[in-house]
Design a binder for this molecule. Sequence first.
Ligand code: GDP
Length: 528
Amino acid sequence: MIDTLDTIVALSSPDGRAGRAIIRLSGPRAIDIVRGSFRPTGGDALPAQIHHSNNSSASSGAAASPAWHAVEGRWQLSDSAAVPVLLLVMPGPRSYTRQDVAELHLPGNPLLCRAVISQLVEAGARPAAPGEFTARAFLNGRLDLAQAEAVMAIINAAGERALTAAEHLLAGRLSARIEEIIDRVRLLLAEVELAIDFAHEEVPTVSGEAIRRRALEARDAIVELGRSATAVEATGSNLRVVLVGRPNVGKSSLFNALAGGDGQRAIVSDIPGTTRDELRATIDMGDVRLVLSDTAGLEEAAATIESSASAERLRQAGQGRTAEALARAELVLMVVESPRLAADSAAAEDVASLSANLAAPLVLVVNKADESCHGASAAETAERAVRAINRAVASSGDCAAPAVPVVVTSARTGQGLDDLRQAMREALGGGRVDRAADAVSVSARHRRCLDDAAAALWRAARASGHAGGGISDGAADDGAGQAGWSHLPVELVALELREALDALGEITGRTSPQAVLEEIFGRFCIGK
Ligand code: GDP
């Protein structure tokens, strides 16, 4: 349990020798504890009202006073020894943590800092745990969870792309878009619950078809958001591109063909599932440099994702690495086989639902275009495969379903590889950081939540209509009326909508379980 009632202290600058170091305190006794050893110099004194500030003083009076006070003085290390310090006092609730915060700026000597922290602990402060200041900012409503993570992302940013993405996250744009979608899904859930409550009465309720359409619209909005977002974990100028697909579709062969001589060579094998470890190659494409990785295949994931699709379940199924790679990718190349898609429309539907619920930028690669099936030529087979996939993609989404570029290749003959490189370049937008005012960025954790929410909405749509085989007898119209609900597992629709709301709420921290919070804040360093 994260405690917020006591007063915490930590060194919040790097531990080492420097011109200045900063020791930070937060909590109801922060200012009192500092007063014990702080002696103001000159005419400065701690203004009297600071002494009376407390966490509940969000009154208009507090708004009129300055948000912080700086007082020069000396810090008494003992009766006879003192060092010059600058004390910054930030009374709650306008401080970072919304509690009273005090910062001591003192000469940057590690021994000195340790001695001062010991004094502060003796006077009643508790050494802070990692991320505890930011955890308090979150728990006191100063930041939502995505913004709190942005603080860490800014501290850790290793390049311009990552820094810009983290700034977008801190600005709260992702949170605002998520809240909009949450409102839509919540309204939908309310209407479904009304239909459950009045199932046996002559009260007009929303039709199954209308629920299906609105669930898919919300799903599409989530997928679109994820696809247009910049990854917060962007590393320098290298963009992460991940190859995924069932075993044996030709991922390793494509990896080798794209990597040329530059990277490690992937192992190409006829035995499904041979690519055990993630292989990487750095590819220079002129305007963009990318790191291509061939992950362990989707194995059962492709078969189960359209029905279960939660990243959590993928991890449990031993697909952790693939789920993680998908969440962190700037671009996903989903590889499918031309002859299989041409011959099997269910396979095309599988791929379509898999891709439609994936909140990552995506290119669909129809590989093995040199192979033919059922007496058709290879070219006819590939055409059939593309038609099947386009048809399935169109029917798995709503009118606003995000378009997925489809490229036909043969890793064996080299056909289509230039088209694939071009599609990758376009999808990556030349590797530039989107600086538009409405640009959004997401972390890998957020992308996994988006995937989970998209998949839950897809399942809600399927349960309420005919998106995946028709549980309902299908109300064709859009209007009110009970037609179409009579044989529906309406409770199942409500359950899936709740699951989508939980996944979305985890992004901003509304519904994050304690363990998730502890895990996130535990990754911060002490003093942040
Ligand atoms: P992975 O399991 O998805 O990584 O697939 P591999 O790259 O190991 O390829 C599986 C098999 O398909 C190997 O025998 C490859 O030679 C073959 N293969 C890969 N790409 C093509 C292609 O474009 N055309 C044909 N005919 N075979 C291919």
